[in-house]
Design a protein around this ligand. Structure first.
Ligand code: URA
Length: 284
């Protein structure tokens, strides 16, 4: 005879199913059927307080990952708005930049994220890593690369003789996309002036792009990471009028990808050796 599941067990199983399916964000306190008038269809399932606080005249926010997912390599189309560029350009240091990003309303990812995940590490680092977007662990802690891929990144950094605290680590977008989906090109574009400003304030000698999203956003290429990795690119800030030469940038596999495709660690190791050599040459 099979034992009937108790209520908490059933609720936990449902939660697990939601999480596995990528529904891991509580956008509202209660599920709302956006196609119907919830007050008429399910009046007893919605607590009075939620009914009272919900403005049903407003269009609900719906986040459908499949509508914004754009495949493995996407060249950003268009240019960031001049408003965002100006906001970022006015920041003279990292704390002003952090403040400007936390007040920025131009990216919907902010609404579902728990925390802003700004860059971390040595603000005068010679080596700067740029990833894609925070995941669940990073969102919870407000720090970049602290989950499983962060632990692998730490090992990769120490394999070239550095410690995490000696480098600077950040992401293209500073808020976690719901369900860990890839950020859309609009989301990347909205946040681009902030990551460009972050690079300009850190002034690293060498950049490492962790995955295709970072490479596509920062050098305007549309190639996938498998083609791009291992060859030096030149990062040039489109807003920089100082006539600087640009910063050498190495695109390589994202650590999360390496966790799924362990055989690619070999290529990634070559990329990191090349980074170590370049860094030494740039420091001479
Ligand atoms: N993946 C990223 O691209 N960035 C993080 O901070 C964590 C995981």
């Amino acid at each position: 005879m099979t034992r009937k599941k108790s209520y908490p067990e059933e609720a936990l199983a449902t939660m697990r199913w939601y999480i596995d399916a990528g529904c891991d964000e509580a956008v509202m306190e209660c599920p709302v059927n956006v196609y119907t008038d919830v007050r008429r269809i399910a009046p007893h399932s919605v607590p009075e307080r939620v009914l009272a606080e919900t403005d049903f005249r407003q269009k609900p926010k719906i986040f459908l990952p499949s509508q914004t997912f754009e495949g493995p390599s996407t060249r950003l189309k268009g240019t960031p708005s001049s408003n965002e560029k100006l906001l970022a350009a006015q920041c003279e240091n990292l704390s002003q930049l952090r403040e400007a990003i936390s007040n920025f309303q131009g990216c919907a990812l902010k609404e579902t994220a728990v925390n802003l995940v700004f860059g971390a590490g040595n603000p005068s680092a010679d080596l700067m890593f740029v990833g894609e977007a925070p995941g669940a662990d990073e969102d919870r802690e407000g720090e970049p690369f602290v989950g499983a891929s962060g632990r692998l990144l730490d090992q990769m950094i120490s394999a070239i003789g550095l410690r995490r605290g000696e480098v600077y680590i950040t992401n293209i977008v500073p808020w976690r996309p719901p369900g860990n989906r890839k950020p859309s090109s609009d989301e990347c574009l909205a946040c681009l002036p902030f990551i460009q400003r972050q690079i300009a304030l850190i002034k690293p000698r060498v950049l490492v792009f962790l995955g295709g999203t970072a490479a596509n956003a920062l050098v305007g290429t549309s190639q996938g990471i498998t083609r791009l990795r291992g060859r030096w690119l030149l990062y040039q800030d489109s807003g920089d009028t100082s006539g600087s030469q640009g910063i050498p940038a190495m695109p390589t596999f994202h650590p999360a990808y390496l966790l799924r495709q362990a055989s690619l660690k070999r290529e990634s190791w070559h990329d990191f050796l090349s980074v170590r050599e370049r860094l030494r040459a740039e420091q001479l």
